[in-house]
Design a protein. Structure first.
Length: 735
């Protein structure tokens, strides 16, 4: 049945009461609670179609509905519920359906039947008051009883939160997340300090928290709202990559976000927060730079630790290093360029060194030689990278184990902090970090805390790529500060220069239009398919990913080919591409369990990406995996990442997004055999030179661009889509 969210019949209708048992849920919108269900009601022949807004309702539940009868031209008579009350299931069959609906973790249809067969109409009374008696049921062990008891209590508490939120006109699909965060304190927290939700519950932004607060009577210009709004705007700026905002910019953005005309009131709130330490400030040109305290502390601490490291010299016998390097190159049958040679020699005697260069310039070979040199010198070397994929690749090219930075620093979820810090530094003489362009200011600061005072630090990355997903432009700022030695590789090796991917990447970097080769014109590793309309682009992408590349090169559409999009929104944005590609690459099947949650369907076999750092599960923003199984009874989703299986509770699956298509930003640190890149003027806001450059350099063997030359031109004329406000250079230059 198609959903009909409007009353299909015009005119007034008399109110009626309907009592019955929910047979099944036909449709449920998690965002607004709109539901279409089928109801069995005494005295009525067959099931009745009911529409309305329900915060939570499950098959088998008994409900008392108040509403009006309507008539739809296609679907016939329907009951539009205006108000409802949930009561206990009235029959044994209803109890069985209720327990087996998936509502209670640990109880599926089979277990529900066994329980109801044993206890009959007394089942719910037993669960409420004598739940330990469930061990009387065949196949229900004591451990399972404990799980059911916990789930029953949690579900009851969650329903209370849902009803409370519904009473304040707020979407209830975050009730489980709120309950997991605050437990029995959920309602008091929401009622008395609603703005906490914006910063403490993933998925609830300031706007939702503000809606709750406004419905509770908090005034538009209330001081609590102004302060929360200022911090929200700064946090939003941080999410966009800024470390701070100039005061004038902050006031303008905040006034617009809050619907407040008086910037003077906002300025007074800024001053009050500065006085209390809730905000920090530093000079920013002719203005004040306003920081959230964690960003302010991270920049200052990172600069201080770098300057402390740089103040200590490193002893090295450069003659012996030269001799060793000659023997190493001969043994490995490699010819090092002068730039590579100088970089390796400089690494031996530098406390901090940055190695940067574009594709084909020999960064990998140089890094491999550096690591071998440090080992030959008897120095303990630790290798790290911001992402799991990049760490795996680093291990492969160096022959030395590499870890993600989070694992290198040994994150402790019980204390929500890293074990490795200034008090317990990394046990290494040399710390090497690859893909350093991905380092944001917070992670870089935590890394520097753990580098011992007498250790060396080598940062390797391509400064021309997109900056980190998190706040700051750390690698670019470090190079721009002139505070430390930088080894630049600029010469493209002859073999690499034969690749059109590499040629085009360098052309883009030099502001030259890339050379476009149409399929069939000549053999290449970088093709362009011209398509003007978004729908045409979609069809070409489906054909390229599902058929053309797998047939010609034997690549796996899910494992080897990655669609990268300049942005998430739009017809050819990552969000819509994921829906289209899921339908074509992993369609429904009788052997594929599905979970419909938060307005999308997760299916066994789906390619997924982690959207936020989850320290408890040890999965981080940008990690890619595949759904291995979905347990509808225990309400779990298991995702296979590169080296391990991670199990998500239903409440946490909001952190997962589909990964058939991802944004170019999310692809940083990863490398794929083939990249398919849509480029259309729908992406105009995000098109930039370094975005196109980054997308091209994610591919190892093949790039297929699909779209318009106009969009490529728009990217070429824009160095960066967003300029970032950062103060790291200022801090490094400060005495």
């Amino acid at each position: 049945m198609e959903r009909q969210e409007e009353d299909p019949r015009q005119g007034a209708a008399s109110h009626a009461t309907l009592i019955g048992s929910v047979e099944r849920i036909t449709y449920h919108n998690e965002q607004n609670g709109y539901t279409v269900l089928r109801l069995h009601a005494p005295g009525h022949n067959g099931a009745i179609t009911v529409t309305g807004n329900f915060s939570s309702v499950s098959p088998g539940e008994s409900v008392r509905l108040k509403g009006i009868w309507t008539s739809h031209p296609q679907y016939g008579d329907q009951f539009k519920a205006l108000d409802y009350e949930i009561t206990r299931p009235a029959t044994v069959a209803g109890i069985q359906k209720y327990l087996g609906s998936g509502l209670i973790k640990g109880v599926g249809p089979v277990t529900a039947k066994r329980i109801v067969d044993h206890f009959g109409a007394s089942t719910l009374d037993v669960i409420e008051t004598e739940i330990e008696r469930l061990v009387e049921v065949k196949g229900v062990a004591r451990k399972r009883v404990e799980m059911i008891q916990s789930a029953w209590a949690e579900q009851r508490a969650i329903k209370e939160v849902m009803l409370f939120l519904q009473g304040h006109g707020v979407s209830t699909h975050f009730a489980v997340k709120i309950y997991k965060q605050y437990g029995n304190e959920s309602i008091p927290v929401v009622e008395h300090t609603p703005y906490r939700l914006a910063s403490e519950v993933y998925g609830i932004g300031f706007k939702t928290a503000d809606q709750i607060a406004r419905n509770m009577g908090i005034a538009v210009d209330a001081e609590a709202r102004l302060r929360a709004g200022l911090q929200y705007v700064l946090q939003e700026a941080t999410d966009q990559g800024h470390c701070y905002l100039p005061l004038g910019d902050l006031l303008k953005r905040s006034a617009q976000a809050l619907g407040v005309e008086s910037e003077e009131r906002l300025a007074a709130s800024v001053e009050a927060l500065l006085d209390e330490g809730g905000l920090k400030t530093e000079p920013a040109g002719d203005d004040q730079g306003i920081y959230l305290p964690p960003m302010w502390q991270a920049e200052r601490s990172l600069a201080r630790r770098l300057k402390s490291l740089l103040a200590r010299s490193v002893r090295a016998d450069l003659k012996r290093v030269e001799d060793w390097l000659g023997r190493f190159a001969a043994a490995k049958h490699i010819e090092l360029s002068d730039e590579q040679h100088r970089a390796i020699i400089e690494a031996a005697s530098s406390r901090v060194l940055i190695l940067t260069g574009g594709p084909g310039t020999g960064k990998t070979t140089t890094l491999r030689a550096m690591v071998a040199l440090f080992q030959a010198m008897g120095r303990r070397v630790l290798l790290g990278s911001p992402t799991g994929r990049a760490a795996q690749r680093l291990s492969e090219v160096t022959g030395v184990e590499a870890k993600t930075i989070h694992r290198l620093l040994e994150f402790d979820p019980t204390h929500m902090g890293f074990k490795r810090n200034e008090e317990m530094p990394l046990e290494a003489d040399v710390v090497v970090v690859d893909e350093a362009s991905m380092l944001d200011v917070v992670l870089a600061n935590n890394l520097l805390k753990a580098v011992a005072a007498d250790a060396q630090l080598i940062l390797v990355g391509d400064v021309d790529q997109l900056p980190s997903v998190g706040p700051g432009t750390v690698l670019r700022d470090l190079i721009g500060s002139n505070a430390m030695p930088v080894a630049r590789l600029t010469t493209v090796f002859r073999q690499a220069a034969e690749s059109l991917i590499i040629q085009n990447a360098h052309r883009v970097n030099r502001s030259e239009f890339p050379h476009l080769v149409r399929p069939g014109a000549s053999r290449s590793d970088c093709y362009f398919i011209e398509a003007e309309e978004p729908e045409e682009i979609l069809q070409w992408i489906i054909k390229t990913v599902a058929t053309s590349l797998p047939r010609r090169y034997g690549w796996n559409p899910l494992g080897d080919i990655q669609v990268l999009a300049p942005m998430n929104r739009g017809r050819v944005g990552a969000n819509n591409l994921n829906q289209v590609l899921q339908e074509n690459l992993n369609p429904p099947g009788s052997n594929k369990t599905e979970l419909a949650k938060f307005g999308r369907t997760l299916r066994v076999g789906d390619k997924v990406i982690q959207k936020v750092n989850n320290y408890k599960l040890e999965v981080f923003n940008g990690d890619m995996g595949a759904i291995e199984y979905i347990d509808l009874i225990d309400q779990l989703v298991a995702v296979r990442f590169a080296d391990r299986l991670v199990t998500y509770d239903y409440a946490d699956v909001l952190e997962l997004g589909h990964g058939f298509a991802v944004s170019v930003h999310k692809s940083q640190g990863s490398e794929y055999p083939a990249v398919v890149l849509p480029l259309h003027m729908q992406h105009f806001m995000m098109l930039s030179r370094n975005l196109l450059y980054t997308a091209l350099t994610r591919a190892r063997s093949m790039v297929v661009m699909v779209g318009t030359t106009r969009a490529i031109g728009a990217a070429m004329h824009n160095l960066e889509a967003v300029h970032r406000f950062t103060g790291l250079v200022r801090e490094l230059e400060a005495t």
